[in-house]
Design a protein around this ligand. Sequence first.
Ligand code: SAM
Length: 234
Amino acid sequence: MKYPGKLYLVSTPIGNLEDITLRAIRILREVDIIFAEDTRYTGQLLYHFQIKKPLQSYHDHNERRQTQTLLQCLEQGKNVALVTDSGTPGICDPGFKAVRAFLEHGGQPEMVPGPCALVTALAGSGLATNAFYFGGFLPNKSGARDKRFQELAGRPETLIFYESPYRVVKTLEALKKIYGDRRVILARELTKKFEEFLRGTPEELIAHFKGRSPKGEFVILIEGSREAVRNGKE
Ligand code: SAM
């Protein structure tokens, strides 16, 4: 179905508010309504840019109902922006479900690209960027996480995951066990005041956190299998 209204997928900063694009600001100013993963969080972003718009929530727990509300808005000819808490909607957040639902109903969102944590981390990591594997969030359970690492052990591409600060050390321990001394990069608090790239083997990074808990947001990047690269798999 062709909708009279437009749906814009608008990327927002992953930390530094100056990273919002001019186009994102214009679209957020021009649309009739904004659907947001967390309306309070997005409310603060809009307040910063002096944008006043009606907000509707769209998250994992109301996605079915809110898909209908969103489609109704588009049918009524309203232009809608969809944003999530950070970065590019759809990348490891509920934006994905909105896009899927919209496509199933015959629509196609217009993209308003901008920051994305995995791309920012990869670009600053120094690891190979020509080919990479993005695995999203690792499984919570240690058995499933280790299995994932084992399955990926022979891959030549740079491996990238999002990780919670509470699991970083456990994940490093699993990497030490399964990948030995492969180079790992932790990209922490990207674009924020305490942004840093920590580099080392899993063992060195575990030592870095001895006596202190990891804090903030993390992307974990792991060098691809050197053997696979040598054997021309890249
Ligand atoms: N849609 C987002 C994007 O485009 O990157 C990702 C959303 S996902 C729910 C949130 C995860 O992304 C965090 O747990 C963290 O792993 C990563 N992340 C987001 N912002 C980050 C930042 N400023 N520094 C490091 N990692 C970040």
